[in-house]
Structures are given as C-alpha cells and as structure tokens.
Design a protein. Structure first.
Length: 293
C-alpha cells in the first residue's frame, strides 16, 4: 500500500514539473524559432523533430514553391498532411508560429496578376492550423529602394492583403529593403495594423545602419517577428556586428515580446552543417534571451 502511495505521489510530482515547464514555455517573453526551408526540409514533416533536437521552441513552415503557378505548391491544405504537422508539433510540445511565403523572394508580389489567390491560400492555411502570423518578403523585384516605381502597386496590394488579414484575425509580416524610418512611412500609407514588419537584422547591418536605432524607430507595435541573425559568415556568438545583450536591453525597454527567428548566421566554412549551425545559434540566443528559465 505504501509503495502504491509513493508511486502516486511521484506521478503527481512529475505532472507538476511538466506543467511548470509547459507554463514557463508558454509565458516565455522571447521564443526562439527555426525555419523549415533553412533546415533544408521545406514543408517536410521531419523539420519538426529536427527543431526539437536542435532545441528551439517552434518552427516557421514554408507555403511551398511558387514559380509561375497562380499559388503556392502547398500540401498543408490536404487534411491528412496538415494533421500530421499539427499532431507532431503537439506531440513534441513545439509551436508552428508562422507560415512563410518565401516564394515571393524571387517572384514579383507587385507584378503578378494572380497574387490574391496566393494570399487567400496562405490565410486559409493559417486559419486551419491556428497560426497567427505569416511572412511575406517583398523580394528582389519589389525592392522599393532599387525599384521605387513599383511603390504604388506594392501599397495597393498590401492594402488588400491587410483587409484580408484583418477579416481573418491574422498578421502579415513584410520584409523590405527600406530603412526603419522609411518603413514607418510605408506602413502609414498601407494603413493596416494587420500588416507589420518582420524585422531582419542583416538588412540594416549590410547598409551600415545602426541596428538599435532601427529597432527603436520602428517601435513595439510595428514589429511582428524578428529574423535574429546576420549574413552567413560566423555564428552569432562570434559576430562582432551584433551585440545581442544590447539588443535584448532595447527590446526589454520597448516591452516587445515574440519570436526571434534564426535564418542565417551559419559558419561559412560549414554552410550545410544544419545541426551544428542552428544548434549553436539556438543555444546562444537562449542563453541571452531566456536566462530566466
């Protein structure tokens, strides 16, 4: 009888620990995310257990290739496929926190005639998977610094996308080549709180702009997520261009919270060492941003 009581007490203690861990993860101010495309597993189920092995808190899943199709090559609208992703993430206590329309890095969001269909499909998938944020890069052809003549088209289309996102209760995070001050102006033109900036550290750094100042100019309510890495060269812990402790102090002061997403900062001598590169960067970000755990 005493042995049975001890077992029951142990089970309660274990359950309590698990609940505490789960609560700590859900209440964590900064969460560390990976990208299936950068893990070389674009829309592959294997990206989820790999994310767990590497030690991140969640995964951004790509919508699939775009090319000349009217919309993405997206398998997640298939019920059985989508269920596998949702179930595996739940099993491993990971979050699918974003869907990425990375096909627009190369394709023209401002020039395609059938862009609405692709946005519709992304938002439909988000609703089915309970994902609240999407990533939309303006890419090469809609670079507003190099191609200012496409600005009217970009603004008009993002106004439409913003209305669609508002109706669905989601946010679309855009990445541009503009400075923070210019992005503030762009967001005012678009006029939708459902279109925000998916900030990328490497963009201001390669242009010689002050990273901290750019964050402060944008402010808490204009940044939905952050690509918290630089160009491929060295791991974050060895990158003299980024003072992540200062970044954290700045974000703390701004009272920003959300996903810090590891895109690059791979060791240039070992670019295909997925576990090595993303494991090192994940561990380092957690040591800076999740020291309270």
């Amino acid at each position: 009888m005493q042995s049975l009581i001890k077992k029951i007490i142990c089970l309660f203690l274990v359950a309590g620990v698990l609940q505490t861990v789960s609560f700590a993860q859900s209440s964590q101010r900064y969460k560390i995310g990976l990208i299936d495309l950068m893990l070389l597993k674009r829309q592959k189920l294997g990206a989820i257990p790999l994310t767990k092995q590497i030690g991140a808190d969640g995964l951004e899943v790509d919508m699939g290739g775009l090319g000349t199709r009217p919309t993405f090559d997206n398998q997640l609208l298939t019920d059985s496929v989508r269920k596998q992703f949702i179930d595996k993430a739940k099993e491993l206590n990971l979050e699918i926190f974003s869907l990425a329309m990375t096909g627009y890095y190369a394709q023209s969001f401002c020039g395609r005639t059938e862009y609405v269909k692709s946005i519709e499909d992304c938002i439909a998938t988000m609703k089915l998977m309970n994902v609240k944020t999407a990533f939309l890069p303006l890419g090469v052809q809609c670079d507003l610094r190099k191609n200012p003549e496409v600005r009217d088209s970009v603004v008009a289309r993002l106004k439409i996308a913003g209305k669609m996102a508002k109706e669905a209760g989601v946010v679309i995070g855009i990445e541009t080549a503009l400075s923070a001050k210019e992005e503030v102006t762009l967001l005012k033109e678009i006029g939708s709180k459902n279109i925000q900036i998916y900030f990328n550290f490497s963009n201001p750094l390669k242009e010689g702009r002050d990273l901290i100042n750019e964050l402060e100019i944008l402010g808490k309510d204009r940044i939905c997520m952050i690509h918290c890495t630089n160009k491929d060269s060295v791991w974050l812990q060895n990158d003299s261009q980024i003072d992540l402790r200062k970044v954290k102090q700045t974000l703390d002061k701004m009272k920003w919270s959300g996903w810090l997403v590891i895109e690059r900062s791979r060791d240039a001598t070992k670019p295909k060492d997925v576990k090595g590169n993303y494991g090192a960067n994940t561990a380092y970000l957690k040591s800076i941003f999740q020291t309270g755990l």
